[in-house]
Design a binder for this molecule. Structure first.
Ligand SMILES: *Cc1c(COP(=O)(O)O)cnc(C)c1O
Length: 383
């Protein structure tokens, strides 16, 4: 044994590492029969039977009419913008994963960043109108952490100015408000089924569409623009989900209710126990009636003895890998920071949140003991 190790670091050696998330996997035995079917059938992609089944099953589960599976959420965003021929400028949030704005650049569209509101950290509807110009064609909000945007206020502005609304709903799987699925708002909603998300297909995503005609256009766009063997109507991309990913999604879907229930328990546990830790503020719940607890963001306030970054480092030293979602802001990355709307003076709420937020570990396999360990480590850091 290394005699130079302190008692504290020795006890840390025994600690298991806790990451911010851990992918939820259906039991392997339940997945294997799907593989056998694929091997027998030899249909691997291009809208195979599992692809069709998963589209159907997700429509039923999510309570939506039409949905087009995609190979990932980013190509979903890119394709959703193309489906509505979005050009010019699009109003969006700086407080998100970088793919939100990247999907605009991939379409040659200029992002216009508008600040978020302090309770949900979603796009602030009261600040949208001032950012509208003759070039504005759409609004791309994000249901950040799965908390619903103010969809009614956003739709009113969109209607007044004849703008499309395309939601980045990557965090919003299964979220419902009093009026049903949050995915039914706007012109399109785009989901991600990446490994780190609440419902995953390894990689994957989907676009929720209001009608069959829009879904058909998206089905063409995700298959190079082909409408039949010899006709290509648009410069579409290859955004199709494979049969393997779709089959895995079918296996996952049977376990998603249990996974969501466990997430809600952990969310409750954090809220109760962290209420005794001064300087740590949990982000309030949104307007959802059914939450998915996809993330557990806290704000490290000025009265906490450590800065957010010092707490982040302290937790890492204790084998707890929390994440600073979302820091840096999208508007601070090099391809965006010279845009007029990227100026931090234009984005005070988002800028402050990016310096305060820390997303704590939350995933179905996280035990009660793990939650206690995370909270006690934070409390200890604050002493
Ligand atoms: C994960 C995520 C995406 C990208 O989805 P992928 O499936 O990884 O391409 C886009 N926007 C947000 C807000 C996300 O969290």
């Amino acid at each position: 044994m290394n005699a130079s190790l302190s008692a504290e670091s020795l006890s840390d050696l025994a600690l298991e590492r806790i990451y911010v998330t851990q992918p939820h996997l259906a039991p392997l035995e339940e997945f294997l029969p799907y593989l056998r079917e694929i091997w027998d059938r030899k249909i691997l992609s291009n809208g195979g039977p599992f692809h069709e089944q998963l589209e159907q099953a997700l429509c039923e589960y999510l309570g939506v009419e039409h949905l087009a599976l995609m190979s990932n959420g980013t190509l979903g965003l890119v394709t959703a913008l193309q489906a509505h021929r979005i050009a010019g400028e699009v109003i969006t949030t700086p407080y998100s994963f970088v793919a939100t704005a990247h999907s605009l650049l991939w379409n040659g569209v200029q992002p216009v960043f508008v600040d978020v509101e302090p309770t949900t950290l979603n796009l602030d509807p009261t600040k949208i109108e001032a950012a509208i110009t003759p070039q504005t064609t759409a609004i791309m909000p994000v249901h950040c952490y799965g908390h619903p945007c103010d969809v009614a206020a956003i739709q009113r502005i969109a209607d007044n100015y004849n703008l499309k609304v395309i939601y980045d709903a990557a965090h919003a799987f299964g979220v419902e408000t009093a009026s049903g699925s949050v995915l039914k708002h706007g012109d399109l909603s785009v989901m991600s089924f990446h490994a780190t998300k609440v419902f995953n297909t390894f990689e994957g995503g989907a676009i929720v569409c209001p009608d069959a005609r829009t879904k058909q256009r998206i089905d063409h766009l995700k298959n190079f623009g082909f409408v039949d063997e010899t006709t290509v109507v648009a410069s579409g991309i290859n955004g199709k989900m494979s049969e393997i990913n779709a089959a895995f999604g079918l296996a996952q879907l049977r376990h998603v209710d249990a996974a969501l229930a466990r997430r809600r328990e952990i969310d409750e546990m954090y809220r109760t126990t962290l209420s005794h830790v001064p300087g740590i503020r949990c982000l309030s719940k949104g307007t959802e009636t059914v939450a998915n607890c996809s993330y557990f963001p806290v704000l490290v306030e000025a009265d906490f003895p450590l800065s957010r970054d010092a707490l982040y480092e302290y937790l890492r030293k204790h084998e707890i890998y929390a994440r600073r979602y979302f820091y840096p802001l999208i508007s601070d990355f090099p391809m965006y920071r010279n845009l007029p709307s990227a100026n931090r003076a234009n984005l005070p709420v988002a800028s402050e949140a990016a310096l305060k937020v820390l997303c704590l570990p939350i995933y179905p396999a996280l035990s009660d003991m793990d939650v206690v360990r995370v909270v006690e480590t934070i409390a200890h850091a604050g002493r």
